[in-house]
Design a protein. Sequence first.
Length: 327
Amino acid sequence: MYAALRDYFYNWLFQLRGPQTGPVVLVQRRVFILPTRQGFVFAGLLVLMLIGSINYGLSLGFVLTFLLTALGVNAMIYTFRNLANLRVSAGRAHPVFVGEKAQFSICIDNPGRAARFAIGLARDKQDGSYVDVPAQQSAFAAIGLPAVRRGRMRPGRLTLFTRFPLGLYYAWSYLEFDTHCLVYPRPAAPDLPLPPAESGAGTGVQHGQGREDFAGLRQYHPGDSPRHIAWKAAARGQGLLTKQFSGRADTELWLDWRHLPSNMGVEERLSRLTRWVLDAHALGMTFGLRIPGRTIAPGSGEAQRARCLEALALFGSEGSPDDGTGD
């Protein structure tokens, strides 16, 4: 009972509503402020100066004490205003591999006429990054978090903070966005041989996949190999066209879970398949992927690379995407 009441009070006080999808406006109820260690020292010195001025009847001591007190009050107002009314939204996080740092960014929009300085972004009181936001403009603040497991990585609760202008106060607001970064498995060591290619099922002449004779041009489709694009036609303003060839069908390279030794663990298999995907893509090959519960048809290009790596990253997790290519 006590823990539930404590959590309710904590969530109410700090306006914690769980992950949010849309932009967040830092209204007064979302911005909190407390003195820093330097602020407490400054307040203690003011108390000592006031006591000394009273004991010795120092008129100039009173003037200096009240002047510094007014300076401290103004600093508190400016620190709070440095965060108030900012509009914050989540940026896009690009996929990374296990062992790298996932970069989470947020867009800070300043609708006011005064610039905002030294706005920091951090998580768990770690060192953060700082940005300045000009008046009526936007800026991006980013934070790098280590990616230790494959799958969808969420940034968790972030803290937007500032100590501007004098460092006497610490103003902050908690942010939690419904966003994630896709973490691919860690690739195995390079120079691993690719599995043997499988012969195509067809034996006749096939257009689009053979490599013997030039057969014409067709419109470019996402995923086509850059080596087959007719760059001269593109330079003449004819748009992106892909070269077609006639001849026997190409052999198909399948990156298959079953090609791996049975004594390999799951993560080791995913690591090996990740290395094969990267190597096949680097060689400009057409390849497909077979893993338990999902099959990705052969293809090439950046789109194919991204599809295969995403399937490996989400293997075994709920909500794994299905591209309709079969099981």
